[in-house]
Design a protein around this ligand. Structure first.
Ligand code: ZN
Ligand code: ZN
Length: 239
């Protein structure tokens, strides 16, 4: 029996784990496999073999260790549309309202976000590039659990009920643990400070004295003024 969380559904104590040919996979992993299978047989078999091989690199998404796998770009929208529709039917008796889905380029800590009232889901493009289709699929399922609570008129934060629904789908954690992609990490920089308090960052160390552009613009008609000379405060390593 698949978990089914539609309105008025009675909650059964259920196990998220299923056994397929000796391999333990969660409901969410199986769902992702079904979507891959509907897109391309090659993707489906790549997913199966990566799931079965513990030496394949994985990322942790909501407590689930997901192998990194990518759908071809022409399949990406189909993947997330298919995941939403199928998960809606499989897990929530089709009770979830349709959602707009968009990519966000600036997410750092979280890989996804949902605005339940306006039915808007945002997924992180940088995390997608770094962690792959399946990991973001897990994040989408997580956001759909928020939406299911909202649709059922329940508090829709990370409540105990949320945790229960989440773990029954094979997602033990409520936190998005996807690693921060390299291109979002602050890079090495030399830091300089002006008396006005502004910090100026530079990839290279200044050879000549430089002054604070803001102060020079406001107090010396844009010309270099030694009163506003930048003082070296040190180096920031890439975090
Ligand atoms: Zn959440
Ligand atoms: Zn200044």
């Amino acid at each position: 029996m698949r978990p089914n969380y539609g309105a008025n559904q009675h909650f059964e104590e259920g196990s998220a784990k299923r056994y397929t040919s000796g391999m333990e996979i969660t409901v969410t992993e199986r769902l992702i496999g079904e979507i891959f299978a509907s897109l391309s047989p090659r993707l489906a078999s790549e997913w199966e073999s990566k799931l079965a091989d513990p030496s394949v690199p994985r990322v942790t998404a909501n407590g689930l260790a997901v192998p990194i796998i990518r759908a071809e770009w022409n399949h990406v929208d189909d993947f997330f549309d298919g995941l939403f529709d199928t998960a809606n039917k499989m897990f929530f008796s089709g009770s979830l309202p349709a959602c707009r889905r968009s990519w966000n380029n600036r997410f750092r800590r979280v890989a996804g976000r949902i605005d339940c009232r306006h039915q808007q889901i945002e997924l992180s493009a940088p995390h997608y590039e770094a962690c792959g289709t399946a990991a973001l699929g897990v994040v989408l399922v997580h956001e759909m659990i928020h939406l299911s609570l909202y649709a059922d008129g329940r508090p829709f934060g990370h409540t105990r009920e949320f945790k229960y629904r989440s773990s029954s789908l094979g997602l033990p954690d409520v936190h998005h643990e996807l690693p921060i992609p390299d291109r979002l990490k602050p890079r090495k920089a030399h830091l300089y400070r002006c008396n006005c308090g502004r910090i100026v960052e530079s990839r290279i160390k200044f050879r000549k004295p430089r002054a604070c552009a803001h102060c020079c613009r406001h107090f010396s008609r844009g010309r270099y003024d030694d009163r506003f000379r930048l003082v070296y405060v040190g180096q920031r390593d890439s975090a």
